[in-house]
Design a binder for this molecule. Structure first.
Ligand code: SF4
Ligand code: SF4
Length: 157
């Protein structure tokens, strides 16, 4: 009998907690609809895609290759990013650079974003700070998988 009472008390407690969240969130949502700003964050659903949430400064989004002063990629085709990539989605073809300081440059640099898991290892591994994931581009859906294969020009932009 005591067990049954405890059981029903827990059910009532759960309903009270759920109800409290419902009415508090409904209250703040109504204020938002009426254009009244409050300090409270998080309770209100963001109406994506009309409304977008600010992306955090430390986010990882679509890759880009960083250009040097001459406009060419800073990348020296050392292959570290391709080696560390767990998804094996980076393909680089190195070519000799007449600039002795550079020695090599990427004749081809391809990332298959469709396979990328956005771990950021490539960015961490790069000794030249030549690849970054700071474009804030997160809407990457395509109808065709081939359109998710980003080449050098697309990555340099
Ligand atoms: S983010 Fe990770 S999975 Fe994507 S290309 Fe870089 S290392 Fe590979
Ligand atoms: S680790 Fe950096 S320098 Fe090396 S191939 Fe990748 S992007 Fe280029």
């Amino acid at each position: 009998m005591i067990k049954a009472i405890e059981y029903f008390l827990e059910i009532i407690r759960g309903v009270v907690i759920t109800g409290r969240h419902f009415f508090v969130n409904m209250f703040f949502h109504t204020l938002k609809v009426l254009g009244i700003k409050t300090k409270r964050k998080g309770a209100v659903t963001i109406q994506y895609p009309e409304e977008k949430k600010k992306i955090a400064a430390r986010h990882r989004s679509l890759h880009r290759l960083v250009p040097g002063e001459n406009g060419k990629p800073r990348c020296v085709a050392c292959m570290l990013c391709a080696t560390v990539c767990p998804s094996e989605c980076i393909y680089i073809e190195a070519a000799e650079d007449p600039d002795l300081e550079m020695q090599k440059y990427p004749a081809k640099f391809i990332i298959d974003i469709g396979r990328c898991c956005f771990c950021g290892f490539c960015v961490e591994a790069c000794p030249e700070d030549a690849i970054r994931m700071d474009t804030a581009e997160v809407e990457l859906a395509e109808y065709n998988r081939d359109d998710l294969v980003y080449d050098l020009d697309r990555l340099l932009r």
